[in-house]
Design a protein around this ligand. Structure first.
Ligand code: PMP
Length: 323
């Protein structure tokens, strides 16, 4: 799917997947003026195809657009692009358990202009890729590397937007994580280097022994995850207290050691909910890579995927039918 804008959105077209051509002076290549989203299409048992809270992705794409000085794609066009893609061939959505079609909408500044200013010509596109079960052989807890050298985002920066530059700045830290035998990187705030922010591509939650959930507040530098928001709502439905506030890394380290904090997990569209077994930094390692996933982590993952795959009632009206 491609939409272009010069004066208003026009030229909507579904074209075969393939390379796109850009002028070498296109702004996106030099100044990273681009934004994207990530969501999934799920096949239900009766064959119908659904997606999860796409209105939230449409709104987040609009907020990202504002921050990156790009035009806002109207929500109805966003939804229409998802439907148009699946109208071509809904069999792209796999039907094996826990599989989905990952949808990647993105907008790039395609104008050729070497001066540093917001582009006037942009393209909105949507591509898709079948996604297998993220975990083979059950949900596997991960070890995470605490990056004390690199920050992902700073105050007034683009951290709250879903834009490539944030990921560019996280790649080296993610490489460090792999070198340390960890699967994910955790970033701290850039001003004090003290408070949890998020992982390279996921938000984070801690669970206290009394069942209270604690997660970093939306502070302008972390991505406002849709999975994060959904987990907060489902946990509140179950009667859990949820605290959204700054969390010092020491609170986690000491709380895990003392038994005050009993579970930690990461969440996002791709992996849904990922248990965290260990946290490693230059100065300390806590937890143990062989720790199994906690009770809340397992059950909230189950609840969320049951809603997404249509196995349980969707009390919040989160699911939207695409095909
Ligand atoms: N933080 C970052 C940096 C991400 O890339 C993602 C994935 N979109 C998330 C958090 C989780 O967001 P969501 O639950 O909307 O997928």
């Amino acid at each position: 799917i491609i939409w272009t804008i010069a004066d208003g959105w026009h030229d909507a077209a579904v074209v075969p997947y393939g390379p796109i051509s850009l002028d070498p002076a296109a702004s996106v290549l030099h100044y990273a003026q681009e934004i994207f989203e990530g969501l999934k299409a799920y096949r239900h048992a009766d064959g119908s195809v659904w997606t999860f809270r796409p209105d939230m992705n449409a709104l987040r794409l609009q907020r990202s657009a504002v921050r990156l000085a790009l035009p806002q794609l109207p929500e109805e066009y966003f939804l229409e692009s998802l439907r148009q893609l699946l109208a071509v061939d809904a069999s792209w959505v796999p039907s094996a358990p826990e599989t989905s079609l990952y949808l990647r909408p993105f907008m790039i500044a395609s104008e050729s202009f070497l001066g540093v200013r917001a582009a006037h010509k942009v393209d909105y596109r949507l591509i898709a890729s079948p996604a297998g079960a993220y975990f083979h052989g059950g949900v596997t807890p991960v070890s995470i590397w605490l990056s004390t050298e690199y920050a992902r985002a700073g105050r007034g920066g683009t951290g709250a937007a879903k834009t490539g530059g944030n990921y560019a700045s996280s790649l080296l830290a993610q490489e460090d994580a792999y070198k340390q035998g960890c699967q994910q990187v955790l970033f701290l705030d850039s001003s004090e280097g003290k408070y949890l922010e998020e992982l390279g591509g996921m938000n984070i939650f801690l669970v206290r022994h009394d069942g209270t959930l604690v997660t970093p507040s939306i502070n302008g530098s972390i991505l406002e995850g849709i999975t994060r928001d959904s987990i907060i709502q489902l946990a509140k439905d179950r009667g859990h207290a949820v605290e959204e506030r700054p969390i010092a890394i020491d609170e986690w380290r000491d709380g895990w050691a003392s038994g005050e904090i009993v579970e930690a997990f990461a969440c996002g569209t791709a992996a849904v909910v990922t248990p965290i077994a260990a946290l490693k930094s230059k100065d300390f390692t806590i937890g143990d890579a062989s720790t199994p996933a906690g009770e809340f982590t397992i059950s909230i993952r189950q609840e969320l995927t049951d809603i997404q795959y249509g196995r349980k009632p969707d009390h919040h009206d989160w699911m939207v039918r695409l095909a």
